[in-house]
Structure formats: structure tokens, C-alpha cells
Design a protein. Structure first.
Length: 253
């Protein structure tokens, strides 16, 4: 059994706790958070701990907290053995360099409290300060996911930026479209099949080849008509994205 202490109470910590708890070879022995009331997803009260000095010896100490708090927490965490790892996409592995054994266990996915995920399909990006520690992390990752990758800190940061483009920015565009539909008494539901097809296409095509639309066609009449319908804020976003598409595809406005 691999003994694990999870540190944190956010979405990542919650989903990792749930996934690890379902794996027979992993034993989550504690879940730490300074505010124990935030650990409502942990059903066994004996696993909850709010005093960092009461953390038990474990094989893995998994830090799943806000990026900016990782280094500060690391200075307060006193462990005698085991590997200390964080789950951040943007923080360097060396944020944990005060420990003898440290690394990164970064699940590349968006997590929400009320939306379940299948960890088997989630890519987990791994890094460690020694081959021995990396092999241990690979074994743990293989117990919960079928997609595991060795990725260094610089590559992971690039992945995190890419993830912001494909997830956070695209979702913001969905929100803008939803807002614009509401203003025009239209149900956002009408756009859902288009969104699904857009995502489905890039399973067989690269995104460059899947691009369509008036920007790609350099359809100035349609572009102008769209711009005339939009307020200034939306017009700026539409123009920036149109110019970006045309630059990538070698066209000019």
C-alpha cells in the first residue's frame, strides 16, 4: 500500500482524494487543510487534519493548493521521509527543493466541485528530482490514469499556457456568446451542437486544418457586417481574433 497525505481542499485536492480512495493500492491516510470545514468531501472525520504539525509519515505528500502558496507551505511542512509533490501547472519543481525527495504530479484537466471526471482519461504530467522518485510517481500515476507523461518544468509551463488557450479562453468565448444570445432573445442551446462538432473535429484533424469561417475566407463583407452589430468591447475581441486567424493562415485584413 502506498500511503498518501493530501494537502489542500480545492477542486484538484477533492478529485484526487476521490480517485485515490477508489484505488486499492493507495491508502489516503490524511487530508490536511487549515480550515477543516472545507474538507466536507472527506467522509471519514479521522482523516481530516488542520494542524500541519500533526501530519503523519507517508510515502507521498501531495500539495494541491494555490500556486502562490506552495513555497510558503513547503517551509512549514516537516516530513522525515516520502516524496513531496505539487500539482501545479505553472510552478517549477524546485519550489519543493528543500526536501530530499520531491517532484510534480500535474493532472492536466479542468476540475469543478460538482462535475465528476474519469481519471483514467486524464493526462498526468510527472517530474521528479531523481529517477527512483520518478519511477515511484509513474507507478502511482498508472494506478489512476492510463495517460502519463514525463514532462519537465519548462515544458509543463508551456502546457499550462496552452491549456489556458484551449480551456479558459475558449470557455470565456462561450460565455460571451451566451451573453450575446441572451441580449438577442436567443437560447444558447442552439450553439451546443456547433461547439460539440468543433471539438469533435480536432480528434481527427489538427486545429489548423479544421479552421473555417469568414476570417479564413477573408470575407470582408461578412466581417464588416458582424462588426457593425457589436459593441466596442466585443468588436475589439472579434477584430483581434480575426487578425490572429488571418496572420496564422497567411492572409491580411
Amino acid at each position: 500500500m502506498i500511503k498518501v497525505v493530501i494537502i489542500g481542499a480545492g477542486n484538484v485536492a477533492m478529485h484526487l482524494y476521490q480517485s485515490f480512495s477508489e484505488e486499492k493500492q493507495i491508502d489516503v491516510i490524511q487530508v490536511f487543510n487549515r480550515n477543516i470545514d472545507h474538507l466536507d468531501f472527506v467522509k471519514d472525520p479521522e482523516l481530516k487534519v488542520s494542524n500541519i504539525d500533526n501530519i503523519k509519515d507517508a510515502d507521498l505528500y501531495l500539495i494541491a493548493i494555490k500556486d502562490e502558496a506552495i513555497e510558503e507551505l513547503a517551509t512549514k511542512l516537516n516530513v522525515n521521509n516520502g516524496i513531496v509533490i505539487h500539482t501545479s501547472g505553472s510552478q517549477h519543481m524546485n519550489a519543493l527543493s528543500r526536501f530530499d525527495n520531491f517532484g510534480v504530479f500535474y493532472p492536466l484537466q479542468t476540475f469543478s466541485k460538482n462535475k465528476s471526471v474519469d481519471f483514467k482519461d486524464i493526462p498526468i504530467c510527472l517530474e521528479a528530482n531523481s529517477q527512483k522518485n520518478l519511477d515511484i510517481l509513474k507507478h502511482v500515476a498508472s494506478l489512476v490514469s492510463e495517460k502519463n507523461f514525463e514532462v519537465n518544468s519548462e515544458q509543463r509551463r508551456a502546457l499550462h499556457v496552452s491549456a489556458v488557450f484551449v480551456n479558459n479562453f475558449s470557455n470565456h468565448l462561450f460565455a460571451l456568446a451566451d451573453d450575446y444570445c441572451r441580449e438577442n432573445d436567443l437560447p444558447f442551446e442552439i450553439l451546443r451542437p456547433l461547439i460539440k462538432e468543433t471539438v469533435s473535429k480536432i480528434e481527427t484533424l489538427d486545429p489548423y486544418s479544421a479552421q473555417t469561417g469568414p476570417a479564413l475566407r477573408n470575407d470582408q463583407k461578412t466581417i464588416s457586417a458582424h462588426l457593425n452589430l457589436l459593441d466596442e468591447d466585443r468588436k475589439k475581441i472579434y477584430t483581434i481574433l480575426t487578425e490572429s486567424i488571418q496572420k496564422l493562415h497567411g492572409k491580411k485584413l
